[in-house]
Design a protein around this ligand. Sequence first.
Ligand SMILES: [Zn+2]
Length: 236
Amino acid sequence: MPFFPLYWDNTFILIIIGMAISGFASMYVQSTYRKFGEVNSKNGLTASEVCRKILDVGHLEDVRLEGIRGNLTDHYNAQENVLRLSDTTRNSKSVAAIGVAAHEAGHALQDRDDYGPLRLRAALVPVTNFGQTAAFPILFAGIIFGGGDSFLINIGILLFSLTLLFQLVTLPVEFNASNRAIQVLETQGLLSREEIPQARKVLNAAALTYVAAALASFLSIMRLVLIFGGGGRGRN
Ligand SMILES: [Zn+2]
């Protein structure tokens, strides 16, 4: 049973820890969003109006604002030059929704400024997709045909690591978009002095999910290294 240790050896605890961290982060962002989703901002503007304002102030009048179905599906698409706000965000006047909308506008501002990590992240998309598709089959082939200590296994682990690399590059992109959001909300007076820390809490909680995802990936790669590292030494 050469691939048995892939599932139930002691190192599986690392996967469980990763899942627990991700689960906690996801619960935390949802509860934070719910909490500040009930607080309407004093300016009375919808998240959509705030977003338009930030784009216009940033000389991004050409970026279109559209709606999209779902909850927290908000995103900026650089290729299409469009910023999409979800049903729950768009018409809400809450501090949470305004924070999320401003964060997405922050990505548009990064695009305008040719922000390095954003470009690097975009360049890594095809590489990461390839890694995600190829990693497991190659690892599996290494286990079956290579007796657990083959070159193929190392290649498989390396391909898995591309996802982690992508997630690590995502971190500065996300933190920077939030920083830009908070800054513009503050300077444009789109949120009050008391509301700024609340919006920051929502954005920090959202950023935490990206940190958790990277951490979970790191732990699962560590697990593969523990199982196969040093030419399959750890297998039993
Ligand atoms: Zn983002």
